[in-house]
Design a protein around this ligand. Structure first.
Ligand SMILES: C[S@@+](CC[C@H](N)C(=O)[O-])C[C@H]1O[C@@H](n2cnc3c(N)ncnc32)[C@H](O)[C@@H]1O
Length: 375
């Protein structure tokens, strides 16, 4: 069988050049050879940690948040997780609900949508204990959903288009073969959707600046709206509002690679053996979603969302200093998952009550906590 790099070279030879999005899609998802398609990339043995690996408190807190949401909004006990990775978040959520809300658990239908055939097998193995509760669907087959839909670090793993301004011209950075290696080459935009995206957020890319645009995210948000009849969507990921992501001081875009827990920008090295990921533009995700019928409810820093969902009690319950530290890593501002991670909450055909916790701002939440805890 041809190596993944050979396959990419053959495609470039056939087409002359490919977009970075095409390259990234193959590097991450080529069946049997892409980064997510051949071994478990998460945690200590892999390339990176997500909040899920940091502490099971993350899953337990989300289990409380999502089951409370279903109950308060009178939604059926149906969860759908897209991009479930190793299956660890699903396992933490299901195990917690089985213990603390057995009645809810007994009625729960948990659907997983996962692109990687390899990871689906890992998920099936890990979730054996929850047989009968969990089923797998493709995104294409998913429709008419009522319940709570969520993802953690899914959207940052969608392929991005790289765009650069050179003088007065906006160009796309394609991948070509040159002198035996792969490299970037600026050419005209591959699709008018790029200019539409930039116009929508009112962005003029500065001379020499590169911006990474996640066009798949738009199609995803639009499709999702048509597949959810009634419910909430929680998208947890790292990124920022558009004015930060595309600020002129970010000269080189946000797409980057991770190999064995170290970051690098050697996109054309270790193809298929390292992760490639980019910050999520939450402004565009909200705005395209709203047009498609996903009503924005809130965009909350992860630390605040977890606090609103009761994570502080996890610190109180932690038995060792190490357990306490790993819960704190999820909410602490410096270096942890607290600050550049956000939770976007969107609703579809549901009334959100005034006292729904995820529509409150930071000050209101902290005031309530201060009253509750007396600090
Ligand atoms: C960065 S990993 C995050 C995994 C897990 N949610 C976690 O937090 O540890 C991205 C996951 O999304 C999956 N994925 C990416 N694009 C997808 C798509 N279009 N449909 C379903 N799954 C997708 C990948 O295969 C992988 O499991």
């Amino acid at each position: 069988m041809d190596s993944l790099t050979d396959k990419i070279r053959s495609l470039i030879a056939a087409k002359g050049m490919i977009t970075f999005a095409e390259f990234m899609n193959m590097a991450l998802y080529e069946p049997g050879q892409g980064y997510y398609q051949k071994k478990n990339p998460f945690g200590h043995q892999g390339s990176f940690y997500t909040s899920v690996n940091a502490s099971a408190s993350f899953g337990r807190t989300l289990a409380n948040a999502f089951s409370d949401t279903a109950e308060r909004l009178a939604l059926p006990p149906c969860f759908c997780e897209m991009g479930a990775g190793s299956g660890m978040l699903a396992n933490d959520i299901l195990t917690h609900l089985k213990t603390v809300k057995p009645e809810f658990y007994s009625r729960l239908s948990y659907t997983i949508i996962e692109k990687s055939g390899y990871l689906i097998e890992c998920q099936k193995e890990l979730l054996k204990e929850h047989d009968g509760r969990v089923s797998w669907k493709t995104f294409e087959d998913f429709s008419g959903f009522e319940g709570v839909f969520y993802s953690n670090e899914l959207v940052d793993a969608f392929p991005v288009h790289r765009v650069i301004r050179i003088g007065e011209e906006l160009k796309e950075l394609y991948v070509i073969e040159h002198e035996g290696g792969l490299t970037f080459y600026p050419e005209k935009l591959s699709t008018p959707k790029i200019q539409e995206y930039l116009d929508r957020i009112g962005l003029r890319v500065t001379d020499g600046q590169i911006v990474d645009l996640n066009l798949d995210m738009i199609g995803w948000a639009q499709a999702l709206a048509s597949k959810i009849d009634r419910g909430m969507v929680f998208t947890v990921d790292y990124g920022y509002p558009a004015e930060n992501i595309f600020a002129s001081y970010r000269r080189d875009g946000t797409v980057t690679c991770y190999y064995k827990h170290s970051q690098n920008n050697d996109f054309f090295d270790r193809i298929g053996d390292q992760d490639i990921t980019a910050f999520v533009d939450f402004t565009s995700l909200q705005s395209y979603g709203r047009d498609a019928g996903l009503e924005p409810v809130s965009l909350t820093p992860q630390w605040l969302f977890l606090v609103q969902s009761g994570i502080l009690s996890e610190i109180e319950k932690a038995e060792t200093d190490l357990q306490k530290a790993s819960v704190k890593a999820l909410i602490m501002p410096e270096g942890g998952f607290g600050t550049n991670f956000f939770v976007l909450a969107q609703s579809r055909n549901v009334e959100i009550p005034e006292d729904f916790p995820y529509r409150k701002g930071a000050k209101e939440t902290l005031d309530i906590l201060a009253k509750m805890n007396g600090f």
